[in-house]
Write a protein that binds this ligand. Structure first.
Ligand SMILES: [Zn+2]
Ligand SMILES: [Zn+2]
Length: 107
């Protein structure tokens, strides 16, 4: 079984593309495939997306940084190990906004 290169769900299709003279395979799940089609993204665009998230996802459960930032929930106990930096940065952001809200003048 192959897994979607973008979100880690079960892949339903394989796209091929040549990047920098190298043939690349991109596995896509149903959801990412339809997202790509809807946004008219080429396979090269998808690879760029994947490269941007490279190293920022949990290979154990497939949760990506993007998913985490949307839900603030980890998929498994290993996620923190793989996305520690992201988790820390987002925690800082959350604290920041909390502080600002606290300092806002009362009405
Ligand atoms: Zn996907
Ligand atoms: Zn995980």
């Amino acid at each position: 079984m192959r897994f979607c290169d973008i979100c880690g769900r079960q892949a339903v299709t394989t796209e091929y593309c040549v990047v920098d003279g190298r043939k690349m395979e991109v596995f896509l799940c149903e959801k990412c495939l339809s997202t790509a089609e809807r946004n008219h993204l080429s396979t090269a665009d998808l690879i760029a997306t994947i490269k941007n998230t490279e190293g920022k996802y949990c290979p154990v459960c497939g949760t990506t940084e993007k998913t985490f930032l949307e839900t603030f929930r980890f998929g498994c106990s290993s996620c923190y190990e793989y996305m520690r930096e992201t988790a820390l940065l987002s925690a800082e952001k959350v604290q920041d906004s909390t502080t600002h809200t606290g300092k806002a003048p009362r009405k």
